[in-house]
Design a protein. Structure first.
Length: 353
């Protein structure tokens, strides 16, 4: 039950984060958010860096009953993830270096460089102390074919420029729907630069904060469930965007029926039950926009108290993302890997492990 509630809570938060990703603000927050959301689609290339930290604190008896939960909570509590990289939209190329730091009894650092084009994906085999790999494998890049991976998993995987453009257009349309229905006074506010605590490297012209609290969570969920999501589902079922993602039309139709069936008093009742078990301690997204209207910084803070049988668990997360050198020629530090092996060769080398 703990993991189920955690999953539901995090899924709801991810919807909020995904909708607001790429947004900015100025003294009239809602109007400027809409404009900045459209401007974000003109970001054809950039350098980026992100950090992610999470904390999970469960009651002692829950950890005793579920050792796996205890290990997961301890690992996440002591983990920091930093991602740096660069990308360009056309021809599509993206690289990232993921650095995960574990502290405490399981202290270790893991670096995972990844390179992507519209044709291939390369993942560097990391050096993991707990998983000793053959020396002639560590440090090499495993070359993967996204089309072959898609066939094996029965999922669509496309990185070509046309698909990315369609995804951006869909994102813009979703943004328009969201901003059309969200109430500015209830959820949005401008932030003064001196109060934003931005990194020195961020040149912000305007800053906006989106916040959900225990007081406004009901109108937020109601607005999303009854107004935003039905229109988004219609958009995804349209001929224009039907092939952008690997969703079956009948599944989307059923999702819309379920939303309708669970609206009104039924939704109000479910929200009331949720508020008994989930308390929002912190849920806000601060976004900075530069003079050209590009969103250059996001700071996402999440703090929830989730109750199970009257016993509270604490869930917290922080995500920061910064973009620079927007629409300049990107300098790919890794480049297209040369020292590569196939997935089959990797499996053959590690078959005995």
């Amino acid at each position: 039950m703990y993991r189920k509630k955690i999953a539901l809570a995090l899924c709801a938060l991810l919807v909020v984060m995904a909708v607001l990703a790429g947004c900015g603000a100025k003294p009239a927050p809602k109007e400027t958010l809409e404009k900045a959301f459209q401007t974000a689609a003109d970001m054809k290339s950039a350098d980026y860096k992100m950090t992610f930290a999470m904390n999970m604190d469960f009651p002692a008896d829950a950890l005793e009953e579920n050792p796996q939960l205890a290990v997961t909570a301890q690992m996440l509590k002591n983990m920091e993830v930093a991602i740096t990289g660069a990308y360009q939209q056309e021809p599509f190329q993206m690289e990232m270096n993921i650095e995960a730091k574990l502290k405490g009894d399981m202290a270790m650092n893991i670096n995972l460089p990844i390179v992507m084009t519209d044709q291939k994906i390369w993942v560097k085999v990391p050096n993991i102390p707990m998983l000793p790999l053959p020396k002639d494998v560590v440090g090499k890049f495993v070359e993967l074919d996204p089309k072959e991976l898609a066939k094996q998993s029965d999922q669509k995987v496309n990185f070509d420029a046309a698909t990315i453009k369609k995804q951006q257009e869909l994102g813009q349309e979703i943004g328009k729907i969201f901003f059309k229905h969200v109430d500015e006074k209830t959820f949005l506010s401008s932030v003064d630069k001196k109060d934003a605590k931005l990194p020195e490297t961020v040149e912000a012209n305007q800053i906006v904060k989106f916040a959900v609290t225990n007081e406004n969570v009901e109108p937020f969920i109601t607005t999303v469930a009854e107004k935003v999501l039905p229109e988004v589902l219609d958009l995804m079922m349209s001929d224009k965007y039907a092939k952008v993602f690997d969703f079956k039309k009948e599944d989307l139709e059923q999702a819309k029926k379920d939303l309708t069936a669970n609206s009104g008093d039924k939704l109000k009742s479910e929200i009331a039950k949720m508020k008994e078990d989930v308390k929002i301690k912190d849920l806000q997204i601060t976004t900075a926009v530069n003079k050209k209207g590009f969103p250059v910084y996001h700071d996402v803070n999440v703090g929830l108290e989730v109750k199970e049988n009257g016993k509270p668990s604490q869930i917290g997360a922080n995500i920061k993302a910064e973009y620079s050198k927007i629409n300049e020629k990107p300098e790919f530090k890794i480049g297209i890997p040369k020292d590569v092996i196939t997935l089959e060769q990797l499996m053959a080398k590690t078959n005995g492990m």
